[in-house]
Design a protein around this ligand. Structure first.
Ligand code: F6P
Length: 538
């Protein structure tokens, strides 16, 4: 178990509070001016990933105090427990070993003293052989992944991100919502004869997934006869008996263990639809990339550790500068589902007010995570990023190599990414604005009236993450980077990052309401507003 940690009782806390009033209020341009080595000391390179974190409202003293905070929280001990298979998912008494899903034969991952790699590798081989079979036989034109949350967002994000590597594979569709429109719209694009449904559910009880899977089964049975169902379905679950009972043949069911959290599960059989799209070799490259980040994370010192530095910057903004959100802006259309994926990974992990000691924490925890692919976001909400009343720290993710045959687009895309980071930090002061307006022929009245609206205060922080290319390897690294950032922030915020009790209540109440609709007179007591809504909808 990870020990409870009270950030506000740490020695580093008082220092950070005072630094927040001092360095935290300074303009980053001033910090650059006073430290010629700033960029040199504030960037890191790991394999194909470059991280420039110099555009943050920190200096050496702040970083020193943040590293001290991490020491007090025993970040390295935490990593040893994580990788060592300790039951750090304490409310469910489970290990947290998604890293084993991208592990190799000689990796020493154990759960309760037993090695896990033999089974992980056997399942990986079976799952990738199945996926490669789907690709090579050519009988399947469309794969439909039916799942929700971690059984949807990871596979969907990765399949989209690896669009080019998936060009030779079947089309992959995703159905998650219990709104029948989602299933209906996908069924409208495919034909039963050439379709494989992959039902992905860790529990195999999730209402949305089971409703969609049942309808898909009917759709196949009606078109091709009940006997055809077994050929057109595969399943992924920790609950193999339930998948068999649903009608999926055992040979098409890929199991995994409960020490893999749903939102961390794309690396194993949950990634079946990814593998069907890109093939076994690419899937293995994805795992290799993530493993490279795992090794970096577990082995690098504090000052060289990408996920640690990123996590500490997040804590600095949330706790010491009081900033409520974290923005993720991938300058890659193929990464357009990355923010949605990260929302679940981060917010379901660290959006908690109860600490590891079972008591409410005394400080803010996980921020709201949001974002959109650049440059679409620029034409939507960047106004608020640049001139809104709240500062929102951002991660800009850019890719060096072009991601389409339109290479001049790529230069424009990258120019925009770099320009945004520059604009966020540098802003534009009133002198510059006025000079520019006068040069453009504006009258003095106009300069007075419009000038203030054109001023950007700047000093808005960003991390620039640059990948050499968007491929399976670099994507694996990027995802694992965020997974580890989440782990460390959870450690510092003293929450249990690997459970998700906060999603349970809504599920239970929805079940109650559903069953009440089937009764003549509702029996459950509701507040007046809820009762009125139920009555209107009955
Ligand atoms: O409702 C949240 C959740 O439990 C997620 O954590 C999970 O990824 C999702 O539901 C789907 O669960 P399952 O894979 O068991 O269908």
């Amino acid at each position: 178990m990870l020990k409870p940690f009270d950030l506000r009782s740490s020695d580093a806390h008082a220092k950070l509070l005072s630094l927040a009033q001092d360095v935290g209020q300074m303009h980053m341009l001033q910090l650059f001016e006073t430290d010629a080595e700033r960029l040199q000391n504030m960037h890191l390179e790991v394999g194909p990933m470059y991280m420039d974190w110099s555009k943050h409202r920190v200096n050496e003293s702040v970083m020193e105090a943040l590293f001290e905070l991490a020491e007090e929280a025993d970040w390295q001990g935490g990593i040893r427990q994580l990788f060592g298979g300790a039951p750090i998912n304490q409310t469910e008494s489970r290990s947290v070993l998604h890293m084993a899903m991208r592990g190799e034969a000689h990796d020493p991952f154990h759960v309760q003293g037993a090695p896990v790699m033999p089974k992980v590798l056997a399942t990986r081989e079976a799952m990738l052989a199945y996926a490669d079979g789907v690709r090579s036989e050519g009988l399947v034109k469309d794969v439909v992944n039916i799942g929700i949350g971690g059984s949807d967002l990871g596979p969907l994000m990765v399949t989209k991100a690896l669009r080019i590597e998936g060009e030779a594979g079947p089309r992959v569709h995703f159905v998650s919502n219990v709104d029948g429109a989602h299933l209906e719209s996908v069924l409208g694009e495919i034909v039963p004869e050439f379709t494989l449904f992959v039902v992905v559910s860790k529990t195999f009880t999730t209402q949305e997934t089971m409703a969609n899977a049942e309808e898909a089964k009917k759709w196949i049975a009606e078109a091709l006869g009940a006997a055809a169902v077994s050929n057109h379905f595969a399943a992924v679950s920790t609950n193999v008996p339930a998948a068999e009972e649903f009608g999926v043949p055992r040979a098409h069911i890929f199991g995994f263990e409960d020490w893999v959290g749903g939102r961390y599960s794309l690396w194993g059989p949950v990634g079946l639809s990814i593998a069907c799209s890109v093939g076994g070799d690419s899937f293995r490259a994805l795992l290799k990339g993530a493993r490279e980040m795992d090794r970096h994370f577990a082995g690098a010192s504090a000052r060289q550790n990408m996920p640690l530095i990123s996590a500490l910057l997040g804590v600095w903004y949330r706790e010491y500068l009081g900033l409520p959100t974290h923005v993720v802006l991938p300058y890659a259309q193929d990464l357009d589902r990355f923010p949605a994926y990260l929302q679940q990974a981060d917010m379901e992990s660290n959006g908690k007010y109860v600490g590891r000691d079972g008591k409410p924490v005394s400080h803010p925890t996980g921020p709201v995570v949001w974002g959109e692919a650049g440059t679409n976001g620029q034409h939507a909400f960047y106004q608020l990023l640049h001139q809104g009343t709240t500062v929102h720290p951002v991660d800009l993710i850019a890719i060096k190599a072009p991601m389409s045959k339109f290479s001049s687009h790529h230069q424009k895309l990258l120019a925009n990414a770099v320009a945004q980071a520059e604009a966020l930090m540098c802003g534009r002061n009133s002198e510059e604005v006025e000079k520019e307006m006068r040069a453009a022929g504006a009258s003095e009245e106009e300069v007075r009236r419009v000038g203030p609206h054109r001023v950007f205060e700047g000093n808005r922080p960003s991390t620039f993450l640059l990948l050499d290319a968007l491929n399976a390897h670099s994507l694996g690294m990027l995802i694992a980077f965020y997974e580890h950032r989440i782990f460390l922030q959870g450690l510092l915020w003293n929450v249990c990052s690997y459970d998700q009790w906060g999603v349970e209540l809504g599920k239970v109440l929805a079940k109650n309401i559903l069953s009440e609709w089937q009764e003549a007179t509702p029996t459950v007591h509701h507040d007046a507003s809820t009762a009125a809504l139920i009555e209107r909808l009955r």
